[in-house]
Ligand binder design. Structure first.
Ligand code: NAD
Length: 514
């Protein structure tokens, strides 16, 4: 559906503006323009599409379709189910550049970065192709005389995924294939800021053969999320986004008996020991701190420099910063695109102001950056602080922008104390040439995803992804076997086939396993 826009100036002709649709029961559900909100291209600051604002009626309709479709999907033979994942994998691969371009247009990140996000999502689809193996249960013979136990894993029913703006393909692809492979029907509630690639994903799942109703997409904000959290027929929710919203989903969802996993905000620290390859560490700090404009939950935004190494690293980082190209993410050669919204750009600027007020040394100031030909775009330059110390707000809080802070400590022990003392625990990295120090770090640090000379240690798509403290709520990591555990209910079936003439005598004693 398209509507005609009012011309912005006398010169501009009316432009047809795409209106995205909810996707319910295998088809788009069109909405009136007044039920939609704008989608911006952050590189130009222009509205490029409109996205529906859904709520309870749309969630109810999606759940009704899911409930209807679920029994047949649960009972679909595993090989037939896995064929759909093979087909979806091929379609997603074929359309990967299209998906990446849609991400860049809504989000602003570079096309190259968006493309890797798509392929890292496809890794989890590939894992799900092996679902007949992953879903096999366990058989324990002879738990008692003539008694065996069979462990089954069965789907929960209707489940939901609530996903953030920053990975509109990768994060849904980390959740959906696992939930669907386990035999569930899924309601996806993506971020309204970056919705364009979602529509295409829903279409590709249908083309791959996923039955209608097994995947629905409802756009919207708090109203749609509340409808999901309160719906009695939604059995589990995986949420990825900020800590305050994740806490709301977790607390309200679990209160209603749902299984909830929330993967939330972060402030990741990269520890650099003096013995490290400093060129590698400087590259890593710049790539991790400023890639995707710092809008990654695994960005290392605090560089903890041990034993005076900051004096050597700082000029090396400055040199790299001076060569970064900030531009439209679709332009080849761009290192960093714009910030995803005007409001978030303003919030990052406030954080930089705050760091200056708090007494950190602002070595590079990204605030004045204006794009020469797209001044309306949501661009910001990169910023570097030195002498950031614990207790500062810019040390404690997630900024989610291109702002890197150097923290100086004298010893490894001080560094690990800082890492373990932070309220967030998502990812961390250590840069060192000392295998013993790296080993110690893996064992001692309380952060669940660790890189050794790897700045963004996002585990491969077939492994689990987790968090701790304020970076995750819930018991199980997502993806991999843990994801399958999350999206299935385990049953233990205790079985006896009495031999003829050997029926046990009546006894009121608790059954002994003998
Ligand atoms: P967000 O919390 O604003 O939004 C996440 C989801 O919740 C979206 O679908 C959004 O529409 C919905 N939502 C937003 N406000 C809401 C409200 N008031 N009530 C109910 N629902 C609401 O997060 P975001 O800005 O989209 O994403 C950035 C955040 O996500 C950062 O904090 C980042 O660290 C985190 N993140 C975490 C991971 C992880 O795996 N730990 C991965 C990616 C992003």
């Amino acid at each position: 559906m398209t509507i005609e826009l009012e011309p912005r100036g006398t010169e501009t002709p009316p432009t047809p503006l795409p209106i995205l649709s909810h996707w319910i029961d295998g088809r788009p559900v069109e909405v009136l323009p007044e039920q939609t909100g704008p989608v911006y291209n952050p590189a130009t600051g222009q509205v490029i599409a409109r996205v529906p604002r859904g709520g309870k009626p749309e969630v109810d309709a999606a759940v009704a379709a899911a409930m209807k479709a679920f029994p047949a999907w649960r009972d679909t033979p595993l090989i037939a189910r896995s064929q759909i994942f093979f087909a979806f994998r091929e379609l997603a691969w074929k359309h990967r550049e299209e998906l990446a371009a849609l991400i860049t247009k809504d989000h602003g990140k570079t096309f190259a970065d968006a493309l890797v996000g798509v392929t890292r999502g496809i890794e989890t689809v590939e894992y799900a192709c092996g679902l007949p193996v992953h879903l096999s249960g366990m058989n324990t013979p002879n738990v008692a005389t003539g008694v065996d136990t069979v462990t089954l894993r069965q789907p929960l029913g209707v489940v939901a995924a609530i996903t953030p703006f920053n990975f509109p393909v990768m994060v849904p692809m980390w959740i959906l294939p696992i939930a669907l492979a386990a035999g569930n029907a899924v309601i996806l509630k993506p971020s309204s800021h970056t919705p364009s690639a979602t529509q295409l994903q829903a279409e590709l799942w249908k083309e791959a053969g996923l039955p209608d109703g097994i995947l629905s997409v409802v756009y919207g904000g708090r109203e749609a999320v509340t409808a999901i959290v309160e719906h009695p027929d939604i059995k589990a929710i995986q949420f990825v986004g900020s800590t305050p919203v994740g806490r709301y989903v977790y607390e309200e969802g679990t209160k209603r008996g749902k299984r909830v996993g929330a993967f939330t905000s972060a402030k990741n620290m990269m520890v650099v020991l003096p013995d490290t390859d400093l060129e590698l560490a400087a590259d890593a700090a710049v790539a991790s701190g400023f890639g995707s404009a710092g809008e990654r939950c695994m960005a290392q935004t605090l560089l903890v420099a041990v034993g005076g190494v900051a004096d050597q690293l700082r000029p090396m980082i400055l040199d790299r910063i001076s060569r970064l190209k900030v531009d439209d993410g679709m332009k080849p050669g761009t290192d960093m695109g714009p910030i995803y919204t005007r409001e978030h750009r303003a919030s990052i600027i406030k954080w930089i102001d705050r760091g200056v007020e708090e007494g950190a040394e602002l070595v590079v100031d990204g605030r004045p950056f204006v794009h020469p030909t797209n001044p309306e775009g949501f661009f910001l330059g990169v910023s570097l602080f030195d002498h950031v110390v614990p207790g500062m707000d810019i040390y404690n809080e997630e900024i989610f922008g291109p702002v890197l802070g150097i923290v100086r400590v004298d010893t490894y022990d001080e560094a690990i104390k800082l890492v373990n003392g932070h309220k967030y625990a998502n990812g961390t990295a250590i840069f060192t040439a000392d295998g013993g120090a790296a080993r110690r770090y893996q064992l001692e640090c309380e952060v669940p995803m660790i890189g050794v000379n790897v700045p963004i240690p996002v585990p491969a798509g077939f492994l689990s992804f987790s968090g701790a403290k304020e970076s995750a709520l819930g018991d199980l990591p997502m993806r991999g076997l843990d994801g399958l555990k999350f999206f299935t209910r385990q049953k233990e079936v205790t079985i006896r086939w009495p031999e003829p003439g050997k029926r046990p005598a009546l006894s009121l004693v608790f059954p002994a396993n003998s």
